[in-house]
Design a binder for this molecule. Structure first.
Ligand SMILES: Cc1ncc(COP(=O)(O)O)c(C=O)c1O
Length: 493
């Protein structure tokens, strides 16, 4: 029998003062729900709480740190303010919370059927962000970014998209605030996922496969090869060029930057409350990393408990997963590199495979970026994050197990984490440990069914990215900008 325990005066959970629905961790309940009034009122900003100052972005022309005002032609002013803010808590505007109500708070599920299938003593929980209209965590920041741009009188936003999750999220958010939206979609994904492009058009966005013939940079590649598969680095260059060459247009990024990751902390803040309601605390928090926004959004609030307020009951481990075809965290080199292929962005301090990296056309389009968020990279460098890489064949095997036990068909990106979670739960089976594992199911896979078909029919390749390629790409960067090694900011980290 399923016993839904609402918060009553007699409940053992009343001290938490929640209006949501709780379950004791030994009941048969599947999910923990919060009420709409429990959508967080502030985002958590990790910048003041990092273990070392975040190395600044560098302007390659001056070799000096970028000044916030240098970015005003590209981003809304409030987003630049948030990017460098040292305030720990940043209020979420009521208009943004109002839109969040369309799908937030998102459910926290206990993966009971997966646990039973694995016969593990571990307790597995997942925060499901696939309930948003675009189907992932990405609108948590898209809505905030569209809102601030609208407030500042901007009329159009440009962006890039890999898997199409980010592009659809920005198309959705701009529509809600009356802005226009132009999306450059990596051609390999555009061909693999035509329905994502149709979804963006349904919300009124214009969309071009990248490299396109709409920008000078795109044209230089498109004319040589109209079937060029593209990359996120190239699509970013196109979207940036479009933004800075048109009036009243700004650019919007779906990951990597501090403010983007901060907007995602609604996930971790909700998850913390949800776990509190069932008297649980995670031993492990795990997520996948493309640029690092979904994972950071989930783990930052737990990092705050463990390392800042020091109120966590456990020393929680933070685990990040990625593809072996794009192994930024496990094989990348920590240095300054450009965020895009045309070298239009500032130099960012990150683990990188080189900004001219063209990834194999794996199905996890959202994980095919050559670098990662500077905050995540600093934490990785300092030993706060444990990275794991998996190939797409083992990832889809894990995704299929999940679909056949939990019912939800997961997106390829979080399926990297599912692979880790299954391995960890099986380790617990061997050792008898009752670990509590929390992970981020940051998107559903209903637009990724071609990938599932390719897996079922044995067409997926277990790509590994060759290390010589990474070295070659970074040698090219260093011969172009030999002074990078002299920059003082990464020394002593
Ligand atoms: C479902 C999903 N998960 C994860 C990612 C990776 O991005 P990030 O690391 O910023 O969350 C993407 C990117 O498009 C995505 O669509």
């Amino acid at each position: 029998m399923v016993l839904l325990k609402t918060m009553s005066a007699k409940s053992k959970y009343t001290h938490h003062q929640h209006s949501g629905i709780a379950m004791p961790n030994n009941s048969n309940n599947r999910k923990v729900l919060l009420g709409e009034d429990e959508i967080p009122k502030e985002w958590y900003n990790i910048l003041p709480d990092l273990p070392a100052p975040l190395p600044p972005p560098i302007n390659p022309a001056t070799r000096e740190p970028v000044k916030p005002q240098d970015l005003e032609r590209v981003f809304a002013k409030e987003l630049i303010r948030q990017e460098v803010s040292q305030e720990r808590w940043i209020p979420i505007p009521e208009e943004v919370r109002e839109v969040y109500r369309l799908w937030r708070p998102t459910p926290l599920y206990r993966a009971r059927r997966l646990e039973q299938y694995l016969k593990t003593p571990a307790r597995i929980y997942y925060k499901f962000e696939g309930v948003s209209p675009p189907g992932s965590h990405k609108p948590n920041t898209a809505v905030a970014q569209a809102y601030y741009n609208m407030k500042e009188g901007i009329e159009r936003l440009t962006t890039e998209t890999g898997a199409g999750q980010w592009g659809s999220s920005l198309a959705f958010a701009t529509m809600l605030f009356g802005l226009k939206c132009t999306v450059y979609m990596v051609r390999a994904s555009y061909n693999q996922k035509p329905y994502r492009a149709i979804l963006m058009r349904s919300w009124g966005a214009e969309i071009y496969p990248s490299p396109s013939n709409k920008t000078n940079f795109g044209r230089s590649l498109y004319e040589k090869d109209p079937n060029h598969p593209g990359s996120l680095g190239i699509a970013i260059s196109e979207a940036l060029e479009d933004a800075v060459t048109h009036d009243n247009t700004r650019y919007s990024l779906g990951s990597v930057l501090n403010h983007v990751l901060m907007h995602q902390t609604v996930q971790g803040l909700e998850a913390k409350r949800q776990m509190e309601m069932i008297d649980e605390y995670p031993d492990v928090v795990a997520g996948c990393v493309g640029g690092g926004s979904s994972f950071s959004g989930l783990f930052w609030p737990f990092y705050y408990d463990v390392y800042v307020s020091k109120k966590a009951p456990k020393k929680t481990k933070f685990v990040a997963t990625e593809p072996t075809a794009c192994p930024t965290m496990t094989k990348g080199i920590y240095t300054y590199d450009f965020g895009d292929t045309a070298k239009m962005t500032p130099l960012l301090p990150m683990y990188t495979l080189g900004s001219d990296f063209i990834p194999a056309p794996i199905h996890a389009g959202g994980l095919r970026y050559h670098g990662d968020a500077p905050t995540l990279c600093l934490l990785l460098k300092k030993g706060y994050i444990e990275p794991h890489a998996y190939n797409q064949v083992e990832v889809f095997e894990a995704a299929s197990i999940f679909a056949r036990t939990e019912g939800i068909v997961p997106a390829p990106e979080p399926s990297h984490t599912i692979k880790y979670v299954i391995d960890e739960a099986l380790r617990c089976k061997r050792t008898g440990e009752e670990k509590v594992i929390l992970f981020n199911l940051c998107g559903h896979g209903y637009f990724d069914l071609q990938a599932y078909l390719d897996y079922f029919e044995g067409r997926l390749q277990p790509f590994e990215y060759p290390e010589e390629e990474i070295r070659r790409s970074l040698e090219r960067l260093k011969s172009e900008l030999p002074w990078i090694d002299q920059l003082p900011y990464l020394k002593n980290l």
